[in-house]
Design a protein around this ligand. Structure first.
Ligand code: CP
Length: 352
């Protein structure tokens, strides 16, 4: 591949993110809809964050409200975490989750210690996560852990007296990614907060496998908190058994109406939101699921439809969509910094 370095060098850099990228200018509409009330966040203070299940609707709305304040008024942040240390332990690769957590903590004034290679710690000598957790109590104020084994976060939690945040545990859950997804959705359509709108309820397509993808498992749980504003959740998959036992029943009991289809292009013109992911982490490696489903600028989108993706992307999300109004995935990734700032503020009970 040849790179035209002269063209790249001549390209002007921006002081601010481009407002012509969809969704970057939307937090204000959401703030106008919701009054700030920090009371629901008190239940989060000094607690571990393990699963999307632990978040109720009011907490989600207020976390997003706080995130929107941080996103729109960065100059008012008075570095409330000065002197506090985040231990960022990523035993599995990550671009967005690790760096956005670290960016969030830095923006709140704190310091960060990172582990990016498990073999650089006592794990290489057979030390248990319980014993490592006991040490971390003395070194920092919050732990963020990603690990391919879904039990790891619970093993470390047993020894911890400081909060731990699950940043992705194997195939199980990715609750803070789901927070970022919900933040993007509430900015896109603030009426999802209460379901009162002149617009038709949103029809959300989820391309992926709920029983084997942690992002989708956590997202569906959080979407159930906003069921009154949603029409159907359409799961697009070619798997015969896309759900774990009882998973679909739990979501339907929580109010979601779920449809399962296998042809993306047939259902695409009816979808207001398309959430697509094709990577499932499995035992320290990844499995590509649903590789036959692909979105590009040529796909038959409904006018005004938005595309979300937790990223990293593969062939399922063509770069031709990046410059279109369907692209909300970059705003979703940017918003992850602010929603993680809100979560870390709530955990530490120190709001900027
Ligand atoms: N969305 C997400 O979890 O991305 P990373 O794997 O880069 O953290």
């Amino acid at each position: 591949m040849s790179v035209d370095s002269r063209k790249l060098l001549a390209r002007p850099l921006q002081d601010e993110p481009s407002l012509d990228v969809q969704g970057f200018d939307r937090p204000r509409a959401f703030m106008d809809r919701v009054a700030e009330d920090l009371a629901p966040l008190l239940e989060i203070a000094n607690r571990p964050v393990l699963t999307a299940r632990q978040f109720g609707r009011d907490q989600l709305v207020q976390l997003c409200r706080l995130a929107a304040r941080y996103e729109t008024q960065p100059s008012v942040i008075n570095r409330p975490l000065t002197g506090k240390i985040l231990i960022s332990a990523f035993y599995e690769p990550s671009t967005r989750t690790r760096l956005s957590f670290e960016s969030a903590w830095h923006r709140l004034g704190g310091d960060v210690m990172s582990i990016t290679d498990p073999l650089s710690t006592g794990l290489a000598k057979g030390e248990s996560l319980f014993d490592i957790g006991e040490m971390l109590n003395h070194y920092g104020d919050v732990v963020v852990l990603r690990d391919s084994d879904e039990r790891s976060v619970y093993e470390m939690l047993e020894a911890l007296r400081i909060p731990i945040v699950n940043a992705g545990n194997g195939l199980d859950e990715h609750p803070t990614q789901a927070l970022a997804d919900v933040y993007a959705l509430l900015k896109w359509r603030p009426s999802l907060v209460d379901g009162h709108s002149d617009e038709s309820p949103a029809r959300i397509g989820v391309v992926g496998v709920p029983g084997r993808m942690r992002t989708i498992r956590s997202l569906l749980i959080l979407l159930s908190r906003f069921a009154p504003g949603l029409a159907e959740i359409v799961i697009v998959t070619d798997e015969r058994e896309p759900f774990e036992p009882d998973q679909r029943e739990e979501l339907e009991e929580a109010g979601l109406r779920i449809e399962v289809v296998d042809d993306l292009d047939v259902v695409l013109p009816t979808l207001d939101v398309v959430y697509i992911n094709s990577i499932a982490w499995k035992h320290g490696d990844y499995e590509s699921l649903g590789a036959r489903y692909r979105l590009s600028e040529q796909s038959p989108f409904k006018p005004g439809a938005i595309v979300l993706h937790p990223l990293a992307r593969g062939g399922e999300l063509d770069r031709s969509i990046d410059a279109t109004a369907h692209n909300w995935y970059f705003a979703q990734a940017r918003g992850a910094v602010f929603i993680r700032m809100a979560l870390l503020s709530a955990l530490s009970k120190t709001y900027a």
